[in-house]
Design a protein around this ligand. Sequence first.
Ligand SMILES: O=C(O)CCC(=O)C(=O)O
Ligand SMILES: [Fe+2]
Length: 373
Amino acid sequence: MKRIFPFYPPLTTSIFAALISLVSAASSYRRGGGFFFRRGGAGQLSPAAPLSATLSPDDQVPTIDVAPLFNEDAAAEERRECVDAIGRACERFGFFNMVNHPIDRELMAALKEEMVAFFAQPKHIKMRIKRNSETSRGWFDDELTKQKMDWKEGLDLGKSNGRWEGSTLDGYNQFTESERFNDLLKAYYGQMERIASKLIEALATHMGVADPSSLAPLFAKHSSLLRLNYFPPCPDCDEYLGVSHHTDGCAITLLLQEVPGLQVWLRDKQQWVDVQPVKDALTVNVGDVMQIWSNDRYPAALHRVQANPSRERYSIPFFFSPQYDAIIAPLPAGQQPRYRPFRWGEFRADRIKGDYVDLGEEAQVDRYRRTEA
Ligand SMILES: O=C(O)CCC(=O)C(=O)O
Ligand SMILES: [Fe+2]
């Protein structure tokens, strides 16, 4: 298969250092085992669990042309079809690939180039911006998902309360030493904000919210996270995953990925399905907040990333989350709400507590589920 990124020697030293590290940095955006996930025994969750051959082409994550959402001149019918396709994909898969999005291709290419150069630096340079007990943002190579070390490195950056500067419950940004890279990250983040807002509006439309633009104020001062992932080749793919199974704790995630490895748990087939990268597409998935807003109509997608024995992989998820003071509650009128309202910042703060100490199972949005529902 075509290598998308230039080859850089795997940074195995940092990974081994991470493996023997006593730091237990539980993920800020990880959890799994949602209520839709019926465990089929440990084997089903293990990295090497085989995919069954019973899938049909209908069971593949759909690719959707999203141009009508962004084109002012698009016919209403075209826009409706697009919204329908997105809604249906979110109901069944919690995932879709979107093509014909308006992201600047040159910006994407430049960002990828800088990302590869960043992770190729020696560990002691990356350590200068290591995330720590004061800030959840920066570089890391000690991510735990489901209390298990992920086979990857990452770099987290994002606005806090709508600003790049300052410190909030997520901590503060630690920028890289490359001004060009920092500028590209900010520019890309800006494009993600715009596209994610449109997708939120599309889903609000699909679920019949009276004013689909009414969610926009909940993101006015958001603290969404841009994460850069680097997955070095892994000598023991039977033992490790790039990222263990989890759902994303945001509203929706927009993911740039070019090398296979990502899989989603298909509930109706009770098996893992590859989320194949599509050229020039961005992959979108449903997070916990959207599950609650939709009152379970769009369940947060349970997904994982397989490790690869020979091939490097990079990915860039953008986790679009509401602002801290947003009250999250199911939106559809005329339905029994399955969750009680909660303040987003409270949940986020609890999740961050698990970042630096292994507190066992992380905070889950399921704690807001009404037992009588
Ligand atoms: O790398 C990917 O394809 C997905 C990564 C992911 O799920 C995450 O960072 O939350
Ligand atoms: Fe994820």
